[in-house]
Design a protein around this ligand. Structure first.
Ligand code: DCP
Ligand code: MG
Length: 439
């Protein structure tokens, strides 16, 4: 048990709306509704606090919002801008600890246990990062500090906007007790109804229910709730840097210098990687290529994408770009394409400029391949000379079976070299996993 509230939950206030109000001062103090035109079919992404006073909230149909708030300023969703702002804020959080776990576009957990010597106690760190975010981005965040992620998350939501709530160790259960049950993680509508039958309205009511009653009604979930009602939550802050990767490789039967063959192979590998990302419901932020030549020199290059993807095209285009200088003038023995920096797509890309139709098309292809086999559908590019199955793997194999590796060292976009390469080593280093050269 921690003796200091070293877990922080940081959440931006009315994020999309706040960005728009910052950029257009004439909108400050006005009800701003981000989501699209008031006559459009869509739903509200977020509403400024001024608009919330009219009852407008996220996920409400825009037309309903227009009815409640006829003078509201309706704005389209500018996904690229919000992602950029999100990155700026996350960068600020990263100054205080490497243990930053981003959980959605506008929120993150920090574990500042190791940062106290440098920056002071958690409450002080929270005040400092709030001020830095405000000064550098013009946005406000609310912060909760506690001994567990669960309590920190509840705390950050309590005094929005621009809030700071610190829950002292040992006071978690008392802090939670008076709060409405809906504030607790893992209590959806179904659970709430079942708990209501037992007269549960507050988290304290839940804490008072005997464990056996909870288990009888809700099984293992009931046991977890019994703990959570007391603020007990064993989960750790797990930063993205421990992310996994997906990669496909192909070794040519005969070493090749033919640009067309190399290009088509990269496309096939990219297709395989993208299909596995989609099968696992994740997107990658970094693409890596590996080139091994006939002399058994292996080089790798990687580049961070402008936005995470699970589509073959951006992976292929980046891989091709990275591979070109590496394959020039060499006979290539092996090519590999990898995707790193995997993240869940749901929250990080709520909008995406990526055309949803391309997604639907890719998913339809996945379904056909699942049904009729991997070769049932092939891009025109890939028809022609038969290509070996990339790496001999089933591209639809779930990610559980994927090749898991540590993320590569952070660096600017277009990082060269391989992970763990000693400083000063040349661009081309024999990889430790190299097989002995065949004569
Ligand atoms: N979002 C969305 N659709 C939803 C919920 C959220 O598009 N149904 C987007 C818009 C929000 C952003 O995600 O600005 C962050 O979500 P939050 O739930 O944190 O909401 P806000 O930051 O807007 O408001 P709050 O001040 O309550 O955190
Ligand atoms: Mg928010």
């Amino acid at each position: 048990m921690r003796t200091s509230p070293t877990i922080l939950h940081v959440d931006l206030d009315a994020f999309f709306a706040a960005v728009e109000q910052r950029d257009r001062p004439e909108l400050r103090g006005r009800p701003v509704i981000v989501g699209g035109d008031s006559r459009a079919r869509g739903v509200v992404s977020t509403a400024s606090y001024e608009a919330r006073a009219f009852g407008v909230h996220s996920a409400m149909p825009l037309r309903t919002a227009a009815g409640l708030c006829p003078d509201g300023v309706f704005l389209p969703v500018d996904g690229a801008k919000y992602r950029r702002e999100s990155r700026r804020v996350m960068e600020i959080l990263g100054r205080y600890t490497p243990l930053v776990e981003q959980v959605s576009i506008d929120e993150a957990f920090l574990d500042v246990a190791g940062s106290e010597k440098l920056f002071g106690p958690p409450a002080e760190i929270a005040r400092r990062l709030k001020a830095e975010v405000r000064d550098e981005t013009g946005l406000t965040v609310s912060v909760g500090a506690a001994t567990t992620k669960l309590v920190a998350k509840v705390a950050s939501d309590l005094r929005k906007p621009d809030g700071l709530v610190v829950v002292a160790p040992g006071t978690e259960a008392a802090f939670l007790a008076p709060l409405a049950i809906r504030r607790l993680w893992g209590v959806g509508e179904q659970t709430r109804l079942i708990l209501a039958e037992h007269g549960v309205r507050t988290i304290g009511d839940l804490a008072a229910l005997p464990l056996d009653v909870l288990v009888r009604r809700l099984g293992a979930h009931g046991a977890a709730l019994h703990d959570r009602a007391r603020g007990i939550d064993p989960s750790l802050v797990t930063p993205e840097t421990a992310a996994k990767s997906v990669s496909h490789e192909h070794t040519f039967d005969v070493d090749t210098a033919d640009p067309e063959v190399i290009e088509r192979t990269l496309l096939a590998l990219a297709e395989g990687v993208a299909a596995r990302l989609r099968a696992g419901g994740v997107r990658a932020s970094t693409v890596q290529v590996k080139v091994r030549d006939s002399a058994f020199h292996t080089s790798t290059r990687q580049r961070t994408l402008p936005e995470p993807t699970d589509l073959a095209d951006p992976i292929f285009r980046t891989a091709l770009d990275l591979a070109r200088p590496e394959v020039r003038g060499r006979r290539v023995r092996l090519l590999g394409v990898g995707a790193h920096g995997l993240g869940e797509p749901a929250q990080l890309d709520l909008f995406g400029e990526e055309d949803p139709r391309r997604h639907r098309a890719a998913e339809a292809q996945d379904a056909i391949r699942r049904k009729y086999g991997t070769h049932a559908l092939t891009r025109a590019r890939l028809l022609g000379d038969p290509l070996a199955d990339p790496g001999g793997r089933d591209p639809l194999q779930p990610l559980e079976g994927r090749r898991v590796g540590r993320a590569l060292p952070a660096g600017g976009p277009d990082d060269r070299g391989r992970a763990g390469r000693p400083p000063g080593a040349g661009g081309r280093t024999p990889a430790p996993d190299d097989d002995p050269p065949t004569p």
